[in-house]
Design a protein around this ligand. Sequence first.
Ligand code: PRP
Length: 208
Amino acid sequence: MDYVTLALAKGRTAESTIELLNNAGIDFPDFHTKSRKLVFYNTDQTVKLIFVKAVDVPTYVEKGAADIGVVGKDNILESQADIYEILDLKLGRCQFVVAGKPETTLESTQKLTIASKYPTVAKSHFQQKGIPIETIKLNGSVELAPLIGLADIIVDIVETGTTINENGLKIIDEIEDISTRLIVNKASFTTKSALIHELINKLKSVME
Ligand code: PRP
């Protein structure tokens, strides 16, 4: 039997995505976020789920190792992967922001240094604003960078605002809203059209 391979991002929205899939009648009886297994099948074996790091989901889908992916818009934008973004699953809503110490402004005569897990997003945002910047790529705990003088500001995602607040930073600029999206490999969209559309329609019907 034919199946679609779905790359699911590990992390905050994995469980709510599985719940959404379950509600849509696509259930993965063996799935558990704490399991060390990386491959799961749904009951009727029409979906093979691979559980991968969020940052890698766009790559799996672009290269065709997965037909579809479920991942945050943040990782889609940063990857610049050549994929179709089909559906906003409206999970994991947060925001891309520029943040820094309370006294920091963007009106600097000197080139600003920005620390971020998303240097591509940061570059593109400041290029549009005509502000020259230099980026430092970090892989986590980004809020630390302005505090210890590694960077002037950060570009990061804010969900509850707790991390920014607890580290005495403030939001300087809002870039864009983020949420979990369903993405599709361009070739699979044609070759596995029926299976992919069936899955999309099931998801759409439970989201309404
Ligand atoms: C993310 C993000 C912020 C934080 C925002 O980090 O990079 O640091 O969550 O969430 P909040 O507004 O609800 O506090 P993550 O938890 O993925 O950890 P990391 O620092 O290791 O990247």
